[in-house]
Ligand binder design. Structure first.
Ligand SMILES: [Zn+2]
Ligand SMILES: [Zn+2]
Ligand SMILES: [Zn+2]
Length: 169
């Protein structure tokens, strides 16, 4: 993957070995990226990307499929699934696991890490530099490159008391 469209965000402190997503600010930009990586910019992919740009949030496969079909009823469900797979393979969208629910999709350029409270479900969008120490230690000790964006870090938020479940009578 050497081609980039729309310029790449500089890696802060050079410590983002898991790589920043290609920075693209429009559906056209992403479709250009798709073409530059050997993919096809089809009408159904355009609709899917429009929806991702408009929502700018994490959407499950079901939500995305419903949104695509509301706008373009002729797009078959299997096409939506195939497009999700292919656009991930081409690196323009990514999925993340925010807990025990279904995977959530978003534009690769918006990908980020999360802290998720297991008690109340509060979600904190974590800046990448939060993981700099871990990234450095994992690289130095194991030669391992972490990707903290793929899974949320589960735990307990500041608003939830430690013993709220009373499991420590
Ligand atoms: Zn996954
Ligand atoms: Zn909480
Ligand atoms: Zn998020």
């Amino acid at each position: 993957m050497t081609s980039r469209v729309g310029g790449a965000r500089p890696a802060p402190g050079g410590l983002t070995p898991y790589g920043a997503g290609a920075t693209t600010t429009s559906v056209e930009g992403v479709l250009a990226l798709v073409r530059s990586r050997g993919g096809r910019a089809t009408a159904s992919r355009r609709v899917l990307l429009e929806i991702l740009f408009e929502s700018r949030d994490h959407r499950s496969v079901e939500e995305l499929a419903a949104a695509v079909q509301a706008r373009a009823p002729e797009v078959h469900l299997s096409t939506v699934y195939r497009n999700l797979e292919e656009l991930q393979r081409l690196g323009v969208i990514v999925h993340t696991h925010l807990g025990h629910g279904p995977a959530a999709y978003q534009l690769a350029s918006d990908a980020h890490s999360h802290l998720l409270c297991e008690r109340c479900g509060r979600r904190i969008e974590a800046p990448e530099d939060l993981f700099d120490g871990l990234a450095r230690a994992a690289a130095e000790r194991f030669g391992f490159t972490i990707d903290p964006r793929h899974f949320a870090i589960l735990g307990r938020c500041a608003g939830c008391p430690p013993n709220v479940t009373g499991d420590d009578a």
